[in-house]
Design a protein around this ligand. Structure first.
Ligand SMILES: Cc1ncc(COP(=O)(O)O)c(C=O)c1O
Length: 459
């Protein structure tokens, strides 16, 4: 064995022995070790290169290898490598100003490190807000089945995916779930607007049945992403916002995936005229180059935290690394690049093109539905198009694996709800070129064609 092979073998062995991987059952095979990346491509330890059509984990929005980001991080590390946000530092201040511009409203920012923590903070802010307004009985949170909001106890309680919660329960009390809009499976030929209104009516009904005076917040992603790429009818968010307003329920919009250009606008909620009470964000805020998240709280909510005569009126929460100066400097450079390249608009234009091309996959019977917005798409695979019976999990995994063997990384919604882990996901860097989109479509076409022919021969 050569020295290079020996050192690779050491890495594989050490990883197999010591690293606990996300969402992966135990196995004794060598892990897939990614060693470097450039543009939309990642290269593994064996020197194989793949087009990363998942932007890491829905986050490398500007693509890999931007020297400017490395430089910004280096310079910030030299100037001020750390200081907590119990005091203040310039990168966080500047980032809050930039994010205010991106959101287009009056917000105040609490910085953390991950999407889970951003949502956790939002849930605490909502509860404390009501308490300070004299309504401490408002503690319940409503969210949707199939949605993911994070891995910490509160965010996981809001998550509507049984398989992510099983064996970790009981979780936090007071979390309720309603059905999400699912235009493919549940709308049953109804007009999208009428269906969107009916789904918002369900929120109204649950609020009424639970007692409006007990509800703190409703939390939703503009599009359910990791849960199966459920794009709601256009009127759903505005209708939901009306229901929340009517009952004094805070509207928290989770933009952890949908934010930063992913859906063709800077934030997913900006496809409507809704102004959320709280917006949570992570991932694309730094394009994954450093950990950072933010909870943007509308000025009128923050007002309730201003009472200087009450020793408990402030948010009594600290997060050592939240708003880390290096992460904030990285975020600022990332947002500057996104603005210079106009990546949100690019995501809209190239996203339309990508969706059009992906719809060519309807040529294959196992493709039940192709949906998406911006550079975010899902392909729902079925064993039978008439009954919409989901393609079995092992077959969905085979499609993803075959696409990878053809040099393209796509994702799938795994460990969500029973029977519906059948959606292949595509979420490439927003810098992707048209020819690279062709490459994604070609690999998926070959992988799906093969699975389709297996499926037909099983009939
Ligand atoms: C919509 C949504 N919210 C929250 C989270 C949690 O983010 P993190 O993994 O950074 O904690 C995720 C993660 O994928 C997500 O997709």
């Amino acid at each position: 064995m050569s020295q290079a092979e020996q050192s690779k073998e050491q890495i594989y062995q050490a990883d197999r022995r010591r690293v606990w991987h996300a969402l992966a059952p135990h196995n004794e095979r060598n892990p897939w070790v990614v060693e470097s990346a450039q543009g939309v491509y990642v290269t593994d330890l064996e020197g194989r290169t793949y087009l990363d059509a998942m932007a890491g984990l829905w986050c490398v929005n500007i693509g890999y290898g931007h020297e400017r980001i490395a430089k910004a991080a280096y310079e910030q590390m030299r100037k001020l490598p750390f200081y907590p946000l119990s005091a203040a530092h310039v990168p966080a201040t500047e980032l809050a100003e930039t994010l205010t511009r991106w959101l287009g409203g009056d917000y105040r920012f609490f910085f953390s490190n991950s999407g889970s923590e951003a949502n956790e903070t939002a849930l605490k802010v909502a509860r404390q807000y009501h308490a300070q307004m004299g309504h401490s009985e408002r503690y319940k949170v409503i969210s949707r089945y199939r949605a993911y909001h994070g891995n910490t106890m509160g965010a996981l309680s809001a998550t509507g995916q049984h398989q992510r919660k099983y064996l970790y329960e009981p979780l936090a009390v007071g979390f309720l779930h309603i059905q999400p809009p699912d235009l493919y499976r549940l709308a049953e030929g109804r007009a999208p607007e009428e269906y969107g209104k009916a789904c918002a009516d369900e929120l109204e009904r649950v609020i009424q049945w639970e007692g409006p005076d007990t509800i703190s917040a409703f939390i939703m992603e503009p599009i359910i992403t990791g849960g199966g790429m459920l794009v709601p009818p256009d009127n759903y968010l505005p209708e939901v916002a009306k229901v929340c307003k009517r009952h004094g329920v805070l509207l928290i919009v989770d933009e952890v995936i949908s934010g930063f250009g992913r859906t063709g606008k800077r934030f997913g909620f900006q496809h409507s005229s809704v102004a959320p009470d709280i917006v949570t964000m992570a991932k694309g805020i730094t394009s994954g180059y450093a950990p950072l998240s933010a909870t943007a709280v509308a000025g009128h909510i923050y007002e309730a935290f201003k009472d200087v005569t009450d020793p408990n009126a402030h948010l009594r929460q600290v997060n050592t690394f939240g708003g880390h100066p290096v992460s904030c400097a990285v975020a600022l450079e990332n947002l500057a690049i996104m603005e210079e390249l106009d990546l949100a608009a690019r995501s809209a234009v190239l996203g339309d093109m990508m969706l059009r091309r992906l719809k060519e996959l309807y040529a294959y019977g196992i493709v039940g539905d192709v949906r998406g917005k911006g550079l975010l798409a899902g392909i729902e695979l079925v064993a039978n198009r008439d009954t919409k019976e989901p393609l079995p999990l092992e077959r969905v995994k085979a499609v993803v694996a075959r696409t990878k063997s053809l040099g393209v990384i796509v994702g799938r919604n795994g460990d969500t709800v029973a029977g519906l882990n059948n959606v292949v996901t595509v979420s490439p860097p927003l810098t992707i070129a048209e020819e690279e989109i062709d490459q994604i479509v070609e690999a998926l076409t070959a992988a799906i064609a093969e699975e389709d022919s297996n499926n037909r021969s099983n009939d």
